[in-house]
Design a protein around this ligand. Structure first.
Ligand SMILES: [Zn+2]
Length: 279
C-alpha cells in the first residue's frame, strides 16, 4: 500500500502476514472480544474474530531523502524465538529494487525501537559475515533503546545485537538520536515510551498533511478501543497505556494517517470512551 502526504510518499513493504495466533501478546483480544469491535473487519480481523497482523517496513520518500522505517525480521537470521523467523529467504530487497529503490540508494534507516522484528534487514549475510544492508545510509537509533542492550546479558537479545546491530555500529553507520530529532524537513521524531523505554515515532508533515508512524505504540488497532490492553511484551504496560491515551487523544478527529509497526492506515476517531481507526 501507498500513501501520499503532501510531497512525501510512504510505501509499505510486507514481510510476513498472519491471521490468528498472535493473541498471546494481546491476551484480552479473544475472538469474542474482537467480534464486538465490528469496525475491525475485514482489514484488522476476520469474521471469526481472528486477529490480522503484519510485519512490514515503510519506505518514506521525501523530495530529498529515501528513508526506511523499521527493518522487519530479515533473511538468514538464526537463534530467533519464533521458528518461522529463522533462516528466512524473503524478497524484501528485490521488492525494494522493483519499486525503484535498490538498497544502495537508501540514505536513512530509522528503527522506532530495537526489537527483533524491527531491525532484521539492518544487515544481510555475505560470505558468512553480517554486513550493513544499506551501505550508504545513516542508521538512526534511539539512544535510550541502544543503551538498553547494555543492561544485562540476555542470550536472545545478544543474538539480535550481534547479527543486526553490532555490524552497523562497527561500520560506523549509526547515529544515536533523541526525541525531537529532525530527520529532514518533513520528518521528525517524538518520544512514545511504553512498549520499550526509548520507543520513537516518526511524524511526517508536508504541505499541511500529516502521517504518524507509530511503531509498536499499539500492536493492533483493537488497542485503540481498549487503551489498557497492553501487550505482554511491553516493557512498561502502564506507560504504554498512557502513551496511547495521550497520543491518540491528541490525534483524534484530525486527518493524520496512522501507520503502525504491525497494521496500517486510517485516522483516529473518538468512540465511546476511547477510539477507533477509520479506514
Ligand atoms: Zn514489533
Amino acid at each position: 500500500m501507498k500513501w501520499q502526504v503532501g510531497r512525501v510518499t510512504i510505501t509499505q513493504f510486507i514481510e510476513i502476514e498472519t491471521i490468528g495466533g498472535k493473541e498471546y501478546i494481546l491476551p484480552q483480544a479473544t475472538p469474542e472480544a474482537l467480534r464486538r469491535l465490528e469496525w475491525l473487519r475485514p482489514q484488522f480481523a476476520d469474521d471469526d474474530g481472528r486477529i490480522k497482523m503484519s510485519i512490514h517496513s515503510f519506505l518514506v520518500e521525501t523530495p530529498t531523502r529515501r528513508i526506511i522505517v523499521d527493518t522487519g525480521i530479515g533473511n538468514d537470521k538464526q537463534n530467533r524465538r519464533i521458528p518461522g523467523w529463522n533462516g528466512r529467504n524473503g524478497p524484501f530487497l528485490r521488492d525494494l529494487a522493483a519499486a525503484g529503490c535498490p538498497a544502495e540508494t537508501i540514505d536513512t534507516v530509522l528503527c522506532t525501537h530495537l526489537d527483533v522484528d524491527h531491525v532484521g534487514w539492518n544487515t544481510t549475510l555475505a560470505g558468512g559475515r553480517w554486513i550493513p544492508t544499506f551501505p550508504r545510509a545513516r542508521y538512526l537509533m534511539g539512544r535510550t533503546e541502544f543503551e538498553r542492550y547494555d543492561e544485562k546479558p540476555n542470550p536472545s537479545r545478544d543474538a539480535i545485537f550481534d547479527d543486526s546491530i553490532r555490524p552497523v555500529t562497527d561500520a560506523e553507520l549509526v547515529d544515536l538520536v533523541d526525541p525531537g530529532h529532525q530527520v529532514c524537513e518533513e520528518v521528525s521524531l517524538i518520544a512514545t515510551p511504553g512498549h520499550s523505554p526509548g520507543h520513537l515515532s516518526a511524524e511526517v508533515e508536508s504541505q499541511g498533511q500529516q502521517a504518524l508512524l507509530v511503531g509498536d505504540v499499539a500492536h493492533h488497532p483493537c488497542q485503540l478501543a481498549h487503551l489498557d490492553w497492553s501487550s505482554t511484551i511491553d516493557y512498561d504496560p502502564a506507560q504504554s497505556t498512557r502513551t496511547r491515551h495521550d497520543l491518540f487523544g491528541r490525534l483524534a478527529g484530525t486527518p493524520t494517517i496512522i501507520l503502525g509497526g504491525h497494521f496500517v492506515g486510517g485516522t483516529i476517531v473518538r468512540e465511546d470512551n476511547a477510539f477507533r481507526l477509520a479506514v
